[in-house]
Design a protein around this ligand. Sequence first.
Ligand code: ADP
Length: 483
Amino acid sequence: MADLRVLSVASELYPLVKTGGLADVIGALPTALAAEGVAVRTLLPGYPPVLAAIGGDARELHRWTDLAGGPARLLAGTAAGLDLLVLDAGHLFARAGNPYLAADGRDWQDNAQRFAALARVGAMLARGLLSDYVPDVLHAHDWQAALAPAYLALTPQARPATVLTVHNLAFQGLFPPGLLRTLALPAHAFATDGVEFHDQIGFLKAGLRYADRITTVSPSYAEEIRTPAGGMGLDGLLRGRADRLRGILNGIDTEVWNPARDPHIAATFDAATLDVRAANKGAVQARLGLAMSAGAPLFGVISRLTEQKGLDLLVQTLPVLLQMGAQLAVLGTGSPSLEAAFRDAAAANPGRVGCLIGYDEALAHQMQAGVDALLVPSRFEPCGLTQLCALRYGAVPVVARVGGLADTVIDANPMAVAAGVATGIVFAPVDAPALTAALRRAVTLFADRASWRTMQSRGMATDVSWTGPAGQYAALYRELVGS
Ligand code: ADP
């Protein structure tokens, strides 16, 4: 029986709306928390796919004639087995496509109003908008929800405890100060010790300042963001609140990501049937136009193509990779220059580099099941989910030693290999020479079939589920409510 009620406020949820790892977390954590006696309701914007998903069973719980410039309703419903509250406000959310960007690739002009409205409704719910549902904890995720703890702290009435989780400090939600009144923020809050961040209103800053607890998605990232190098201008505030900050690693949904029962892959397998992966490797090679070579080490990338992910370094080191007889398969979208770089590389190296510029969930599964190694050379990585999926699928992760990548992959140094505990290759610093050395190490290890297989098995035995992390979140909530 659930004894603790948590209202999670977020802007994405897998499988309804996803632009990155945040959606995976919001979709998977509630189920894991239920096993800990925590009942999570998730407040989401009423984007078209969310409204369609709750469809017929949606119940109207509240109605506003004017919420941020138009009528709005709060709906309750279930989708994907989750208990959802949905803010149906057509003037804010009834837009096709990306939750944050218009078709021209720019931010929606009214993102401040859109997500402030979401956060305000979260704060209203926390304060008893619904007589039969008052949460014990409000848990806000990222800048889109981060004003909720600020709204609660900035007015004196009784309120539940608040938690803010930072999934990526790089996205801060910065808006012009002229919006202060529109966003229902008090004038006195526009100060360094309030919601101001370098003359702008900082949504994430506000949450970091006012939440009772801050979490981020790995212990290493929790340390990195307290340093000038990793703090994106917020390190001072985070150092000041270090006693409120902790890192809790993400897990993955081990039902969605289960190589033994994955409907997206050519051939299902487990640690005892690793030979079956060959069929999946062939499927990836065929799909991406690569030569059907079983012996060539096949490296994969499944990623947003951005500066953060360090993939420009991979473009630089590609000649070395190819010279070693390896193949590269890339699935991603993002910056036009990186998209072009990978397209050009594929065109220049037919059969050896293949890329699909786009977002393709099924291919992501097929690649995890088929590539020999998954490359994640990120400059920073709050947690990273693709390396966790790789571990589960017997794809050996080759990762930069940053954030959650450092916390989840055990480097194949000679001692770790001898002891049979290595799960991947971890390199530092994040630059082209270190990546080149890591690729060389990977290819050398790949040739040693027994060691490679031990690494694969060890990776597959790693617990990447939500069970441990959910226990830590439950403990945090209980600490906050004093139970
Ligand atoms: P981030 O949230 O920074 O994008 P994560 O590694 O935390 O990175 O999460 C990324 C998620 O998005 C993973 O589930 C990954 O499989 C998925 N993903 C990223 N790019 C693509 C793509 N082009 N097609 C399919 N899935 C993708």
